[in-house]
Design a binder for this molecule. Structure first.
Ligand SMILES: NC(=O)c1ccc[n+]([C@@H]2O[C@H](COP(=O)([O-])OP(=O)(O)OC[C@H]3O[C@@H](n4cnc5c(N)ncnc54)[C@H](O)[C@@H]3O)[C@@H](O)[C@H]2O)c1
Length: 315
């Protein structure tokens, strides 16, 4: 890798990845248009250190309209993270925005790289939401059956990547992340909201009975997976990227209570349409082919996230 494009560089995972790339001495072009899924100021804060780095060039542009020909000269690696995430908000009128930011952006990017032999690797951020529900550790050969409109758009984008690989040889790998957490986690995500509220002694919403379980992936492990997928000699593959911790929401809340030394006020609400009961990653393929080995357990990761949110509350 010599010159890299990161789409969605102001977001949670994109900014953490960009930071790692710059720390590794690489040259990065980052693109983001500050979509309104959460406060623009939070995304600007994610960029604060990045934009001070001489090897980083930030473009505030929308992938739906950007002229990739003006950006891609000299770029050999692309990490495509820009998307509209979130399951619950993908129903109803907002679906159009999911189609635009998740499917059309990816198709535009793929069109612009299909003739460029200078692109050595494109790593696409997919999602465990492509699967739908899971009853145990789930491998990539399980037939995807998304249960949310968001999952449908991520699966479409992932399949577009597969099509462009097959027909035009675009050197793409897709990573299906399982619930990513850690510092800078999006404010709409469960851990962020829960920790924030527990620290402020406010009630935390728990959808369903709290017995739903998740495979939690620490953000630095997701970043490492991106680097491994970029360096790998394989292309056209899909990998599950999970963590080393699988636990229920109730267990996660107990950990937060232990680490904050505060009692959570639980407000149980009806389960939400589109939320799977369980997610559980079989990461054997990523381990065997990419050498992916997650290192952060949920206890350590939650500790770091609590420290970050304590600082944010103080500001
Ligand atoms: N966070 C998770 O647990 C998780 C799980 C599975 C998959 N993912 C995927 O990982 C990627 C990053 O997720 P995140 O949690 O960091 O989300 P995020 O919302 O924090 O980051 C996405 C960024 O993309 C930007 N963006 C969106 N549409 C754009 C467009 N048209 N042009 C330019 N920029 C645009 C947004 O402004 C945002 O800063 C997404 O593709 C998401 O679907 C995330």
């Amino acid at each position: 890798m010599s010159k890299i494009l990161v789409t969605g560089c102001a977001g949670f995972i994109g900014s953490t990845l960009t930071e790692r790339l710059l720390q590794d001495g690489l040259q990065v072009i980052g693109i983001d248009c500050f979509t309104t899924n959460y406060d623009r100021e939070v995304k600007k804060r994610n960029l604060r250190w990045l934009i001070q780095q001489p090897r980083f060039h930030f473009l505030e542009q929308d992938l739906l309209t950007t002229d990739f020909n003006l950006i891609l000269d000299g770029v050999d690696t692309i990490f495509h993270l820009a998307a509209l995430p979130g399951v619950r908000t993908s129903w109803g009128a907002d679906f159009r925005a999911y189609v635009d930011n998740n499917i059309l952006t990816t198709q535009r990017l793929l069109e612009s790289v299909k003739e460029r032999t200078s692109i050595k690797k494109l790593v696409f951020s997919s999602s465990s939401s492509v699967y739908g529900g899971m009853n145990g550790p789930t491998a990539e050969d399980q037939i995807p059956r998304p249960i949310s409109p968001y999952g449908v758009t991520k699966l479409s984008a992932e399949q577009l990547c597969g099509l462009y690989h097959k027909n035009f040889g675009v050197p793409v790998n897709s990573l299906r992340y399982f619930t990513v957490f850690g510092p800078r986690q999006r404010p709409d995500m469960a851990f962020h909201r829960m920790i924030h509220r527990i620290l402020r002694e406010e009630p935390i919403p728990i959808y369903g009975d709290g017995q739903q379980s998740r495979d939690f992936t620490f953000v630095e492990d997701a970043v490492t997976a991106n680097l491994l997928a970029a360096h790998s000699s394989v292309t056209g593959e899909v990998f599950n990227i999970g963590g080393i911790s699988h636990l229920t929401i109730n267990e996660a809340v107990q950990l937060m209570e232990k680490q904050t030394q505060k009692k959570a006020i639980r407000n149980f609400l009806p389960a939400q349409a589109g939320d799977p009961k369980h997610t559980w990653a079989d990461i054997s393929k990523a381990r065997n082919i990419l050498g992916y080995k997650p290192t952060f357990d949920v206890e350590k990761g939650i500790f770091l996230q609590i420290e970050e949110i304590k600082q944010l509350i103080k500001q």
